[in-house]
Ligand binder design. Sequence first.
Ligand code: PHE
Length: 362
Amino acid sequence: MSQSTQYSTLNTQYSILIMSDIFDKIKELTEEIENSLVQSVEEIEQFRIKYLGTKNIIKPLFGEIRNVANERKKEFGQAVNALKQKAEAKFDGFKEELEANASDEEAKSIDLTAPGIAEQLGSRHPVSIVMNRMVEIFSRIGFNVAQDREIEDDWHNFTALNTPEDHPARDMQDTYYLLNDPERLLRTHTSSVQVRVMDYQKPPIRVICPGRVYRNETISARAHCQFHQVEGLYIAEKVSFADLKQTIEYFAKEMFGHQTKIRVRPSFFPFTEPSVEVDVSCFICGGDGCNVCKYTSWVEIGGCGMVDPKVLENCGIDSDKYTGFAFGMGVERIAMLKYQINDIRLLFENDVRFLQQFEAGL
Ligand code: PHE
């Protein structure tokens, strides 16, 4: 049988090749693979399709084995396998090269001399800055900090503080009550915390109560329905109004500067008697008159007075033995004075451009 007839029945692209040709073909493909060069991902893919894809050009050669003379079958099989492995090795090489190049490219695109991106530092809220400062000033003269719930009952917010139902003084603090529960409300001041302290602690008591409070006020540049207070309470034997003034004066000088003076004006709170409103000398103009003090030389910072004996009795404290003073200050008000902020709403909107200005603290 001649070699040409040997292949005549084959239905492959190599069917017309004679025996020596088919070994030549393997050699030719081997060289072709060895010499292959690729420039791009697309060319690697073309290589894969040609030599390793489902219809690759090596596959038909495996079928040729049945047409190869027995004594050369082994040699032929090894040659085709070697060809296939060559294609696989080449392809793996291309892939590795591509990956190496890609990370090279990436590395080249990093500019090591470029300045870094600065981390954005957060800043403390002005209300927190002022509140922390107030707490710190009072802690230095022995006041402890007490905090408690914002949803209060009527007793702790009003009745224990000598403000029974229908007392006209309740109108001073427009109250948010919880729906369907006239007994529960959002505290209108942190005096409620002082009542709770008196519930579980016996005199001497020296405590400040920082915290958020709520009042149903129309929101404007000067008023908000939520704000913060630092209230204080001192109960011991023989506490006098002079002690109160001394304490407030110490606070004012620490907070606004040592040249600061205080004055008190008679006022009314149901839980203190006598009651006064406290002004500090204007720390902006020093008394010459300016926008902050509205040309009066004084700015109001809060209310205070001697604890009404009725309140002490309501809280189980012997009012014959003990006396005390209480004070309350609005944190936003002091922050606004200190930083000359003319609209309280800015303190609740949390616009970063506004808040960023307080990074340096007080
Ligand atoms: N609780 C009062 C208020 O919120 C402030 C205050 C506290 C006044 C203690 C006198 C004594 O307005």
